[in-house]
Design a binder for this molecule. Structure first.
Ligand code: HEC
Ligand code: HEC
Length: 502
């Protein structure tokens, strides 16, 4: 821990980070008309599925990284990062991996954890910069947690359709299963699974596990009877800076709230208050698009997941409510004049944001393989691209050369879709209803087993492989899911091989 302190201080002499409050929204250089026309040609759907498209293997454009076979595949910096910025990435990495401790502690640079928390460090959940996993029967829920809310409450911003909810009055906005010594933990998340068989057209049977969530061993009495729970598993961390750099207009152009084109797929933008001034921005991060920017999401993680204050959430007690008096009164890691008077100083938030922006997306494998090309065609024919939009060109950015003007292949529209009752958490968040989820990017998904040692997918890890993930699709994606159920085995294998190659 001492070592972390010295390197963090050493950055004062390093290259300046082009971040800070002024990078919200990002500093965009407008496109010329000629560029816009050229980009439209590059983004057109392929006509010929017998060979790979130009640059298709480079999922993250020039920021892509060479695939490493082992567990470090998601832990490399953007492939186009200049040498003098790599030090900042390494400093951000040190903060992302470090384990914080409750106050008071002798390790002053790392104290302030909690009093309530879900994990001691970012990396405890975003394991190997990949996704988390469902806890085993005897395991506490480190890389997964429950969001909490109750209906009602005022509209926090001037945002159309904002669904009024507020935090659970005693337990707050998130259920923390750990607490500092002397403070009661909030309790434990319980998951019960029921197996549900699905028969495919060729007669083979796939079993889906349907989860039910509840809470036990409550440390602060009963929860409100109308509490709404939303399970969330930590998502993979690659390519986030590139998603942040997709032109907002290109995402909003895909919105079809009333399904005017009649394809059964609407697509709504999550709009959320962002940054220090709370102005509405497009929500691109979180499973319901609850955060507009990586900085916002990271500061919220420090606060909600770890109980650490930052410039964006200055209370040192994290998610403790006024009803949790001992928790509010506990010693914090905040001291005037130290670490900007916060538990996580401005520079540390900048460094973590820089790190989270720059985890490189691995290149595709086997883009020219005939089975994978066939699978790509089946993916298009099954309507998957109506939500999993294959490609974009990112904005030109003043201070972010790694993300600036790249042809990327994330396979997401970053919009909210009604995914049907099977996947619904029945808990609205912002503009997102209780059955809407944001389309997640699919890049890197084929490396999940290498990085994480498991293949659990969807917002709560209920799917145990890619086919199960697809079979859970309902609502607006019902026709796509039915198309996959109807596929002959060869084509089903091909679409899975395609997903594995991403
Ligand atoms: C207790 C587990 C946990 C910890 C600790 C944690 N995260 Fe997360 N992280 C999550 C979950 C769950 C989500 C999805 C949140 C949502 O849907 O609102 C997430 C989402 C994110 C995202 C958005 C990713 C995306 O694709 O939308 C970023 C960025 C992120 N976390 C950064 C961090 C940073 C930085 C830290 C440390 C300061 C951190 N996280 C600590 C669980 C965790
Ligand atoms: C109507 C929009 C829509 C369509 C069409 C659609 N998806 Fe999805 N997809 C989503 C959303 C939203 C999620 C996240 C759901 C969740 O986490 O509960 C998702 C999740 C996934 C996942 C899991 C991702 C992860 O990181 O866990 C895979 C794999 C996937 N989709 C593949 C497909 C395939 C293949 C098709 C075509 C057969 C398809 N999707 C069609 C919206 C869509």
């Amino acid at each position: 821990m001492r070592r972390v302190l010295t390197i963090v201080l050493a950055v004062a002499g390093g290259p300046a980070l082009a971040q800070g409050p002024e990078d919200m929204p990002l500093q965009v250089i407008p496109r010329t008309a000629a560029e816009t026309a050229r980009i439209a040609r590059v983004l057109a759907a392929p006509q010929d599925f017998s060979k790979a498209e130009m640059f298709e293997a480079k999922s993250g454009g020039a920021a892509s990284v060479r695939v490493r076979p082992g567990a470090d595949a998601f832990s490399q910096f953007s492939g186009n990062m200049a040498f003098d910025r790599q030090m900042n990435f390494n400093l951000g990495n040190a903060l992302f991996t470090k384990a914080w401790v409750p106050s008071p502690a002798s390790t002053l640079a790392s104290d302030g954890l909690g009093p309530l928390f879900n994990a001691r460090g970012c990396q405890d959940c975003h394991l190997k910069d990949g996704r988390g996993h469902v806890p085993g029967p005897q395991e506490s829920a480190v890389s997964m947690f429950l969001r909490l809310s109750v209906p009602g409450g005022g509209n926090p911003a001037e945002i159309k359709d904002w669904l009024a909810t507020q935090d659970e009055p005693t337990y707050g906005g998130q259920f923390q299963d750990f607490a500092a010594t002397g403070i009661a933990s909030e309790g434990r998340m319980v998951i019960d699974y029921t197996e549900v068989p699905v028969t495919l057209a060729d007669g083979s049977v796939v079993s889906l596990r349907a989860p039910r969530y509840s809470v036990a061993d409550l440390g602060y009495g009963p929860m409100a009877s109308d509490v709404m729970l939303s399970p969330r598993i930590a998502p993979q961390m690659i390519g986030l800076g590139l998603l942040e750099a997709i032109p907002e207009a290109d995402i909003l152009a895909q919105v079809d709230e009333e399904d005017a084109d009649g394809d059964g797929i609407s697509g709504r933008a999550s709009m959320v208050p962002a940054g220090a001034d709370g102005a509405p921005m497009l929500g691109r991060f979180g499973f319901k698009g609850g955060k507009a920017a990586i900085r916002d999401q990271s500061a919220a993680a420090f606060q909600g997941d770890m109980g650490l204050s930052t410039a964006l959430h200055t209370d040192p007690w994290g998610d403790c409510t006024a009803a949790q008096t001992a928790c509010r009164a506990a010693i914090s890691g905040q001291e005037p004049g130290v670490r900007d008077g916060l538990e996580v100083d401005h520079q540390s938030l900048d460094l973590v944001t820089f790190y989270a922006r720059n985890l490189g997306v691995p290149e595709r494998r086997g883009v020219d393989d005939p089975q994978i090309l066939r699978g790509k065609q089946v993916f298009y024919d099954s309507g998957c691209t109506s939500c999993h939009t294959p490609k974009y060109v990112t904005d030109r950015l003043k201070d972010q050369p790694e993300q600036s003007f790249q042809l990327i292949w994330p396979y997401t529209d970053l919009l909210l879709h009604d995914m049907g009752p099977g996947l619904a958490d029945n808990r609205p968040e912002g503009r997102a209803t209780g059955s809407e989820w944001k389309t997640p990017p699919l890049w890197g998904i084929g490396l999940t087993a290498h990085v994480s040692g498991h293949t659990e997918f969807l917002h709560d890890g209920r799917a145990r492989n890619l086919l199960e993930a697809v079979l859970w699709h309902g609502g607006e994606a019902q026709a796509s899911r039915d198309a996959v159920v109807a596929l002959p085995k060869d084509d089903r294998d091909a679409i899975i091989a395609f997903l594995e190659s991403l």
